[in-house]
Design a protein around this ligand. Structure first.
Ligand SMILES: [Fe+2]
Length: 304
């Protein structure tokens, strides 16, 4: 079902057994902890300048250590009482439906490896810095947390809708389009979203970052807000779901939402569009949709 489970003890008491693993904390090297420290130290001043205020409040309330990789159990001790979310260790790729279903259950599949010290600036895959320092602080905000849960519910809606299509080829084609639309929406919001919001100092509204791909990138967080080379527009669903993106360079196009309530309402609308068939024929192009992700939705649809 997903790669590389096995190096760690699997929690067999859990219904998602096989997905979650124990964080192998004693396996982190001194260099691994030093990588975390460097990443945190470099990004901290940029968060103060460019990050959404809910993210900054989240960083504070999680009491993340600056000088070493956090233990997920420590993170969760602060996180769970706030929104019910928990960071749970995984050791590899999580198929898309399963990932969204975890969000629906207020669990965040969290990568426990950290990038190599020589690659501080860019890693295409998530690592623990991206997941814990980039994503999890946002999960302390109740409105944002509800949006993630809602996104997870949309995945269930998608699985149920396509399970009603009898022709297998048509079922796969439709699912590919719906999933591509969801992945694009997720990318342009949860991973790379911008919001017009107030700075902590109480100065006038400014563009701030809430997307985790930006929050965990020393170079791109500033580029996203300050560079004249980036197009920034109010988020429109019809645009985002048809807009291809590439992951191997700074994003040239970013979308702005007004608030997390606004974002939540857009996810609601995305689901209405899905039910109305308006995601069934989105523009082709990136992201590529892989068979493992499709299969995870089809299997879920069969069992719903
Ligand atoms: Fe991410």
């Amino acid at each position: 079902m997903y790669a590389e489970v096995g190096m760690n003890a699997v929690d067999i008491a859990d219904p998602t057994a096989g997905l979650y693993v124990r964080q192998p904390y004693e396996s982190y090297s001194i260099e691994n902890h030093e990588t975390w420290r460097k990443l945190y130290q470099r990004l901290h001043p940029r968060w103060d300048r460019y990050a959404n205020e809910r993210f900054l409040a989240g960083i504070e309330s999680l009491c993340l250590p600056q000088d070493r990789i956090p233990r997920l159990e420590d993170v969760n001790r602060f996180l769970s009482p706030l929104t019910g979310f928990r960071a749970r260790a995984v050791s590899g790729y999580v198929p898309a439906f399963l990932f969204f279903d975890c969000l629906r259950n207020r669990e965040f599949p969290t990568t426990v490896t950290i990038r190599p010290a020589r690659r501080l600036d860019y890693l295409p895959e998530p690592d623990i810095f991206h997941d814990i320092a980039g994503h999890v602080p946002m999960h302390t905000d109740p409105h944002f947390a509800e949006t993630l849960v809602r996104f997870g519910e949309c995945a269930h809606t998608a699985a149920a809708l396509v399970s009603e299509i009898r022709d297998p080829l048509e079922r796969t084609r439709t699912l590919t389009s719906i999933f591509r639309a969801m992945a694009r929406f997720f990318w342009f919001t949860i991973e790379f979203g911008l919001m017009r919001s107030r700075s902590r100092a109480g100065s006038s509204d400014a563009l701030r970052v809430y997307g985790s791909g930006l929050l965990s990138s020393f170079g791109e967080i500033e580029h996203a807000v300050a560079s004249p080379d980036v197009q920034r527009y109010p988020l429109q669903i019809e645009w985002a779901i048809n807009q291809a993106f590439e992951i191997d360079h700074y994003q040239p196009l970013l979308f702005i939402v007004d608030s997390f309530d606004h974002l939540y309402s857009l996810v609601d609308e995305l689901e209405r569009w899905m039910k109305a068939g308006k995601l069934n024929h989105v523009a082709p192009g990136q992201p590529e949709v892989n068979e493992v992700d499709l299969k995870s939705f089809l299997e879920a649809g069969g069992g719903l």
